[in-house]
Design a protein around this ligand. Structure first.
Ligand code: NDP
Length: 487
């Protein structure tokens, strides 16, 4: 298997220099070879996307919308085969790829497909004149993805971009080259013009060349804060627009009046879904002193019941971390937590056998970890780990927990559990985070904007709000009388 480029409607056959082997995180066996885009392929992709943009922008919103909704239907009809590719590439449980990844990509295409015909400007009645605005597309947009939700990230970027009349070049993470190609195929099968959605494989070097390319009008990145800063700095030299969806170290606050069972369910979702490799995870779980024992008792029991194992088994609840290097990084954080004096309540060990007794030593498996007795300054409580490591912090008062929750440079997400409706809103309104939940966690419906405050990003994805990040407003003044001139 070779992962090459998807340019102008077809997959390239070129086997380029500098290729690398893509490994299955569940056993570290090769899935195929990734061939990074060459300089000529980058130029060909930009030319092809510019051409597609010129025809696509002249289509009506309804025509564009039909292609997007057909693409969604195609993804749903290929759900099983795409989900298995995603699971092999990322290491996440098949149950998740089926229920969330591919479906959420289709949701975005349906949502923006339905909206395309309604994208419009405004009308202004002026004295002896009128004015109007047009929401015009930007041109060829660049999408750059992280490795944890490859097809979802690609669709969350492509759907609004294309609905607004832009074309897109997408660069997946070097670790997950597979499913962006499936999205490209689905667009073609749905009747998109060749070049409307091109895929270029590559690492940060290819990403950086694309960002600098004068043919790229806008960059949308999902990735880490350091990469976001580099891209933002580079984009400034050409005043390119950017949307940045970056990392987080989000708080989940559980007050003593909360429903403990639901709060534990949310803490598990907020830390162990996709092996904990989720940007918005609530990895700092603040629990009010009085309910700490009851909360921990249930949390430990349910964490130890999580079925870690072969991601392709439909019963598996936690799969393998993306790479050996990432697993080692997460293990280093666990050692750092122990050395700093936090107590490892459970987990944090390399798994040798899975929940059905199968030998999984060859894969990047880790048992879900809970640290108690944590302090805010510990590295495990300040840095994004991006693995299945949950830190418990105790608090006494509302004022105290708000201050501590906000004491971070990140601001992606936050959650509050309480049965006091006034407290729920009061606390959420004071938390410095772009995506918040009251009495749930990590639910991201397409209707709600998604994005971060502070260093967690710029701009928003999903919802009506995304439209403004893929259009530019043209103001038009129309005179109905004579020109009033002093000359
Ligand atoms: P990285 O920042 O390492 O990489 C993100 C993407 O950027 C990859 O495709 C990468 O290429 C590319 N890239 C790296 N350097 C450059 C550069 N100089 N110019 C252009 N592109 C570049 O993040 P990870 O892939 O490791 O993903 C994990 C991070 O993503 C976490 O911090 C996580 O929080 C964040 N994330 C944020 C989400 C959000 O919506 N807020 C959602 C999901 C993840 P390559 O990897 O191929 O080298």
């Amino acid at each position: 298997m070779a992962y090459t480029q998807f340019i102008d409607g077809s997959i390239t056959s070129g086997h380029n220099s500098g290729s690398w082997v893509n490994l299955n995180p569940a056993n570290n066996e090769p899935l195929g070879e990734v061939h990074p885009a060459s300089g000529e392929e980058i130029e060909a992709a930009v030319r092809s996307s510019e051409k597609a943009f010129q025809s696509w922008r002249t289509k009506t919103g309804a025509e564009r919308g039909r292609v997007l909704t057909r693409t969604a239907q195609i993804l749903r009809s290929r759900l099983g085969e795409i989900a298995i590719l995603e699971t092999q590439d990322v290491g996440k449980p098949l149950a998740e790829s089926l229920a969330v990844d591919v479906s959420s990509a289709a949701d975005a295409l349906e949502y923006f497909g339905g909206m395309a015909a309604g994208i419009h400007g405004e009308f202004f009645d002026l004295k002896n004149a009128f004015g109007y605005t047009r929401a015009e597309p930007l041109g060829v947009c660049l999408g750059i993805g992280a490795w944890n939700y490859p097809i979802q990230i690609a669709a969350w970027k492509a759907a609004p971009a294309l609905a607004c009349g832009n074309a897109m070049i997408f660069k997946p993470s070097e670790l997950t080259p597979a499913t962006a190609l499936e999205l490209a195929r689905a667009f073609m099968d749905a009747g998109a013009p060749p070049g409307l959605f091109n895929v270029l494989q590559g690492d940060g070097v290819v990403g950086s060349k694309l960002c600098e390319h004068a043919g790229i009008a806008k960059i949308s990145l999902t990735g880490s804060v350091p990469t976001g800063k580099k891209i933002f700095a580079g984009a400034a030299s050409q005043l390119k627009r950017v949307t940045l969806e970056l990392g987080g170290k989000s708080p989940l606050i559980v007050f003593e009046d909360a429903d403990i069972h639901n709060a534990v369910s949310a803490a598990l979702l907020a830390n162990f879904y996709t092996q904990g490799e989720v940007c918005s995870n609530g990895t700092r779980v603040f629990v009010q002193h009085k309910i700490m024992d009851a909360f921990l008792k249930e949390l430990k029991v349910r964490t130890e019941r999580i079925k870690v194992g072969d991601p392709t088994d439909p019963d598996t609840q936690m799969g393998a971390l993306i790479s050996k290097a990432h697993l080692e990084k997460v293990l280093r954080f666990i050692e750092s937590g122990k050395a700093a004096g936090a107590k490892l309540l459970t987990g944090g060990l390399r798994s040798e056998k899975d929940f059905k007794g199968r030998d999984i030593r060859a894969g990047n498996f880790l048992t879900p970890a809970i640290f108690t007795d944590c302090e805010d300054a510990m590295e495990i409580c300040s840095d994004e780990i991006f693995g299945p490591v949950l830190s418990i912090l105790s608090f006494d008062t509302e004022e105290e927990v708000i201050r501590r929750a906000n004491n971070t440079d990140f601001g992606l997400a936050a959650g509050v559990f309480t049965n006091d409706i006034r407290r729920g809103h009061r606390v959420i309104h004071q938390l410095q985070a772009g995506t918040c939940w009251i009495n749930n966690y990590n639910i991201t419906p397409i209707e709600l904007p998604f994005g971060g405050y502070k260093q967690s990003g710029l701009g928003r994805e999903n919802s009506l709000a995304a439209i403004q990040y893929y259009t530019q407003l043209k103001s038009v003044y129309v005179e109905l009388g004579d020109v009033d001139s002093p000359y």
